[in-house]
Design a protein around this ligand. Structure first.
Ligand code: PMP
Length: 382
């Protein structure tokens, strides 16, 4: 089969796996064990990983807290800030701004926040899936405490104007959080230069292991303060207790190092493969449409709406690892809120495929995938 679902997850790079392995075996120590070399070895490995991840995103090592992934980090930002603010002043109103095309881990957490009497605005997006910075500015209220916007959309690949939004957040002294799960390792970034306050991401989207990720928390100008999500033994500067998952953290660190080493060449390679795929599909399937921004998009993502619903194609697509724009949950079709957010109707969303390329995608695979898709479309439609 041809795996074109790298936005869902990536395989662990064999080099990453090799670096992780000793930390399951001879270097099994607890980094909190300060009295012996088993502990020191583990602690050194964690420190090294923190530096590798920091370097990829332009942060300082002490600004990173390891989490179980982006879902945890997104939830933590929202609830950690609410609890901090409520501790300080239980009666002060709290307002947050986000968009209608966020990953469910932000969207559902924001909905849960509304039940805690937090006022949340879910801003609409343009037809490409981008938030308008001027709309963000207009949505600001005296009690706005957080803005949270996805950097690169996981379904349609669109890049949000995070740098402009960061300026607005800074002018108004409001924390800016971004879910950069699909941006890290794919587009160059420097969180310090951009003035981002909080940023979530995950290991398994960058050829590291699943179940590990990080939250970047700016340490000064301003120092960002949120309450811990998990209390306990005081690991991670007391912000995220629990014995560290050392092998996974080592894996995340080395995965970040590899991404940084090849960032520009890999982005260029993926972009040209994606353009080839889109060129082939446009010729092969009349009426096909690309979703998301034509240029302001992740180099690896191609979201297309076909002239036919995807459920009718699935038997032809078994050799193709791709994602669809709708999910069948207990017989009822649930249409992606992202596709709805960019104005697709239910039929169009049900005709949408996400093809996402990655480190092991070859030109040959792209040509074969285009053929498979062409052959899957009923001829009377073509
Ligand atoms: N945010 C985005 C944009 C994602 O693509 C994903 C993974 N699909 C997540 C958050 C959640 O990441 P994880 O499952 O690793 O917590």
């Amino acid at each position: 089969g041809i795996y074109l679902d790298y936005n869902a997850t990536t395989p662990v790079d064999p080099e990453v796996y090799a670096r992780m392995e000793p930390y399951f075996k001879e270097y099994f120590g607890n980094p909190a064990s300060a009295g012996h070399h088993w502990g020191w070895a583990a602690d050194n490995a964690v420190q090294k990983a923190r530096g590798q991840v920091a370097s990829l995103i332009g942060a300082k090592a002490n600004e990173l807290i390891f989490t179980s992934g982006a879902t945890e980090a997104n939830n933590w930002v929202i609830f950690g800030l609410i609890s901090k603010l409520r501790n300080e002043n239980p009666y002060e109103p709290i307002h947050m701004i986000t968009s209608c095309v966020e990953h469910s881990s932000t969207m559902k957490a924001m909905e849960a926040a509304q039940k805690l009497n937090v006022e949340v605005d879910f801003l609409p997006v343009n037809l490409y899936g981008q938030v308008d910075p001027e709309a963000v500015r207009k949505a600001i209220k005296p009690h706005t405490k957080l803005m949270s916007f996805i950097w690169v959309n996981n379904e349609i690949g669109t890049i949000n104007p995070i740098s402009e939004i960061a300026k607005i957040a800074k002018e108004n002294q409001i924390y800016l959080h971004t879910d950069a799960t699909q941006a890290v390792g794919k587009i160059p970034m420097n969180v310090t230069e951009l003035g981002i306050d909080l940023m979530s991401f995950s290991g398994h989207k960058i050829y590291g292991p699943k179940g590990v990720g990080a939250l970047f928390i700016r340490s000064k100008d301003p120092k960002v303060q949120i309450n811990p999500l998990i209390y306990g033994g005081g690991q991670e500067r007391g912000l995220r207790s629990g014995t560290l998952n050392v092998p996974a953290i080592v894996g995340l660190g080395f995965a970040a190092e590899i991404c940084q080493r090849h960032l520009y060449t890999e982005a260029a390679r993926l972009l040209s493969l994606r353009q080839l795929l889109w060129q082939k599909l446009q010729v092969a399937i009349p009426g096909i449409r690309m979703n998301g921004h034509p240029t302001e998009r992740s180099p690896n993502n191609l979201s297309v709406t076909l002239p036919v619903k995807t459920d009718s194609l699935l038997s032809h697509l078994q050799k193709l690892g791709v994602s669809t724009g709708s999910a069948c949950s207990s017989g009822a079709m649930t249409v992606s809120h992202v596709l709805r957010g960019i104005g697709l109707n239910s039929d169009q969303a049900q005709s949408t495929l996400r093809l996402s390329l990655g480190r092991w995608t070859t030109e040959n695979e792209i040509l074969r995938a285009a053929d498979i898709l062409q052959n899957a479309i009923p001829k009377k439609i073509v």
